[in-house]
Ligand binder design. Sequence first.
Ligand code: IPD
Ligand code: CA
Length: 272
Amino acid sequence: MDKVDEYFDVALSLVKSAGNLISEHVNGCKVFEKKSCDIDLVTEIDKKVEETLIGGLSKKFPTHKFIGEESVSGGAKCELTDAPTWIIDPVDGTLNFIHGFPLCCISVGLAINKECVAGIIYNPNLGQLFTAKKGQGAFLNGRQIHVSQVTELRNALVAFEAGTSRDEERCRIVFENYKLVVNNGHGLRSLGSAALNMAMVAMGGADANFEFGIHAWDIAAGDILVREAGGVCIDPAGGPLDLLSRRVLCTSTAELAQELSKTLVQFYPERD
Ligand code: IPD
Ligand code: CA
């Protein structure tokens, strides 16, 4: 068995059992704390899911490294080396989770040599399990998925978020890009979870997704999922994706990526 397959199987079983912690609160989780601002929130469940995943993975693979959202919030270094590194968002869509809006997920990506080679995105509330491994395709609940064929913004359904910061300059650019999509695209959707937005592109439900201000843990699993589904995942200005740059653009086709990278108003947040 390939090493990545072995790593993936261990992660998948941990993700499935940690999913129960989320689905127990399908109607919402009203106890939470603020992090960087009053719309960047965390619950005890976020912390428990992350502890479960990092605890289980580090026991099995003691040399592996971790970038976990709540560990980084607690002061851990956000460092990506060539070593196998698990990039974990224990609850992506925490605001949805708190409100009982059932779109949230566990997102786990595995990077080796700084490249994502496996990813798991699991929404236990809706029973959606997205998986991908390098060179082996992308799957939803075991069935292979593919991106759409859409090549132009005028035909594209675009998933796009306001994000979880009220930074004035970032918000101004969000509104500019909002106008661009509303005026020129087929439509706009905000699921409230970066990983689920990317999963929609992977399965062809949406044609593009971009965001400025996300973190490595929001996009690592989505990156490999979209690419294995036949799509493109790059920096929003064109060029390769940089996992720590806090910028992402993923699309069904290279043509659509090129159009968006030329027309989006760009924003460069502080790096992870
Ligand atoms: C957030 C969600 C949201 C995105 C934010 C993320 P969190 O992650 O993915 O959709 O717009 O940028 O921070 O805080 O729920 O893990
Ligand atoms: Ca989170």
